[in-house]
Design a binder for this molecule. Sequence first.
Ligand SMILES: [Zn+2]
Ligand SMILES: [Zn+2]
Length: 401
Amino acid sequence: MHEIEKTNIDSVTANAPKDEHAPINWTNMILFTSTPLLAAILVPWYGMVYGYSLYDWVAFILMMGFCGISITAGYHRLWSHKAYKAHPILRAIFALGGACALQNDVFHWASDHRRHHAFVDNNDRDPYSAGRGFWFSHIGWIVRHYESSKEDFSNIKDLQRDPILRWQHKHYLALVLIMNIALPAFLGYLGGSIMAGILLSGLLRLVLSQHFTYLINSLAHMWGKQTFSKKSSARDNPVLALLTYGEGYHNYHHTFQWDYRNGVRWWHYDPTKWLIRSCSWLGLTSDLKRVSPLMIETARLEMQYRMASEKCSSLANADKWREKLEEEYQQLKTTLDLWAQHRQEWYDSKTSQLHEQYEQLHEKWDQLALRDKYREVKYRLKLQRQRWQELMQSFGNLQAA
Ligand SMILES: [Zn+2]
Ligand SMILES: [Zn+2]
């Protein structure tokens, strides 16, 4: 697991916001104040007086997942970033789940989000710039009419062509009421208590699912590690990934926003990625975009190299350390390129084997030789990576002169 660092958000505060006292958005102010308050009072009160059944809690968890994944897989990776394509059935489910999450319609959400990526950390143009502080980027930007989040659909013309999204936009309010009141009441009715359904699957689920998503705009730009790039304040944070269906690997996401994965390693907790992948086996998703392993590893290496280089200048034996760093860096870079090349050749030969039978003996031999070469380079890369990791650790332990 990555080491989590607390970092100073001052580094991203580029310029002072101009409209701190923008007019209040009363609909949102009332909504975002009353729902947490009501949830904090009514949910425990009902629990103490009448109690909740196991069914009520299961329905609550399923509704949490439905809303959360509709935002991460639908609003975010599908519509804002076009990281894959989805079948109309899936798009309709996400459109309903997004209305349930009450995070505005796809047009508004994706338009804001595309601006967030295009102008990240620019306090005047990023709608939820983390440079304006935790409160602003978490929820403050929603409760006032700020210039930076003024409606401008010029960046979502592609989405406006989707009839499902036009339908969601047109009937948004009705869908919100159906998904947030009628559906929880119906689920409650099935379990024997309409009120339990409204309070758990409706109210508590709404408040929690909203704030979990908002953590990506606030905390994921403040707390964690900049693994791949320092161009934005975005951080990788596995703890946040647990609460946000995999969106906590936010530094990776800001570096390679078109990738359908946020947690790029197979063991990274990213249920959104698992869902998109599983749906591709059923024909519900297609064209899953992926960044090549070489690009990912190169970005990671460059980042570590840059940080170690910076440290070099403050060390007593600066020249000696710089020489060692340079040597190891060049070696690792060369092996990385070689590994990517052999990996590609090996995968290509495996795919062609599926299409045309490898009957002839010499072709078999060629393939085995390719496999052995790939394994050899892979092993070399492993050893060099270990040496590099040790070098990075010693840099971490060294004190400035
Ligand atoms: Zn994004
Ligand atoms: Zn972000």
